[in-house]
Ligand binder design. Structure first.
Ligand code: ATP
Length: 258
């Protein structure tokens, strides 16, 4: 379990994260929602050592994350950040393969894992293209595939997947496709998922727990049904919302309007 205690982060005397306390568990889909600029990405970056935290502690199974080697962490958690820059000319499938850098796999094992993800995400038409020529959504699929193979190949018992806006640039079919695969891995491999999502209906559909952030603070944290209330959504986003039951889909949908 990740435990984040009294985490603070500021830039030029401006508080970006303010006394964050949070637990991220295995076999749980946790979504972080909140308005633009409230600190969601900064939180994901802090947990994953992409930023130097100024005060507070972050531990994984009671060991400070600063005390893990890069390789140890790579086996335990995989991270999809919002921006990725790959300066050289690589084929799309070679970018996916980079997710396997921490492992010593033979050719057959590597081939099996890559075939698994190519088939799961229908990457066949993309895999041999030059990555830098891909569209925004196509790049997102490839990056998602990279972080998934990193986790899929790991034999660690406890693993975590951090996703910062995984649905960015994706068409609606692929938004659900990648969230479905994430949920499937969470259940099958008992992975702990921590995802920043902007679509709160998607957060409602997939999450076991929700963190609602506002102005660098966690305003609400708990089980999805307890947190996604009209009052909380209005407080944080200033939009109206309602759960509507769809007879056809046989489930509630969370609709929002201004
Ligand atoms: N390097 C930096 N220098 C100055 N300000 C920064 C820096 N990085 C982040 N910030 C500020 O910190 C705040 C939080 O940024 P962050 O990217 O964490 O927000 P977010 O909740 O992920 O937003 P979004 O939903 O728009 O992606 C923003 O106001 C941003 O401008």
């Amino acid at each position: 379990m990740y435990k984040i205690k009294n985490l603070n982060f500021s830039i030029q005397k401006r508080d970006i994260l303010n006394d964050i306390n949070l637990e991220i568990k295995t076999d749980t889909f946790l979504s972080i929602v909140g308005p633009n600029g409230c600190g969601k990405s900064t939180l994901i970056k802090s947990i994953n050592r992409n930023l130097d935290i100024q005060s507070g502690t972050i531990t994984l199974n009671d060991k400070n994350i600063e005390d893990f080697s890069d390789k140890e962490l790579a086996l335990k958690r995989s991270v999809l950040n919002q921006a990725f820059f790959f300066p050289y000319n690589f084929k799309a499938i070679e970018i996916v393969e980079m997710g396997l850098y921490a492992y010593e796999l033979n050719t057959k094992e590597k081939k099996e894992i890559l075939e698994y993800i190519v088939s799961k995400l229908n990457l066949e038409p993309l895999k041999d293209k030059n990555y830098s020529n891909l569209s925004g959504g196509e790049k997102q699929k490839i990056q998602f595939a990279r972080v998934i193979v990193q986790l899929y190949a790991s034999r660690e018992k406890e693993k975590y997947l951090f996703l910062d806006e995984p649905t960015l640039n994706l068409d609606i079919f692929y938004q659900y496709k990648i969230l479905d695969l994430t949920k499937e891995l969470q259940k099958d491999l008992k992975i702990g998922v921590c995802a920043v999502l902007h679509d709160i209906n998607q957060a409602y559909l997939y999450s076991d727990e929700i963190v609602m952030m506002k102005d660098g603070e966690i305003k609400y944290f708990g089980k999805t049904d307890d947190i996604l209330t009209y009052e909380n959504i209005y407080d944080v986003f200033k939009v109206e919302s309602e759960f509507v039951y769809s007879k056809k889909l046989q489930r509630n949908i969370l609709i929002t309007t201004i």
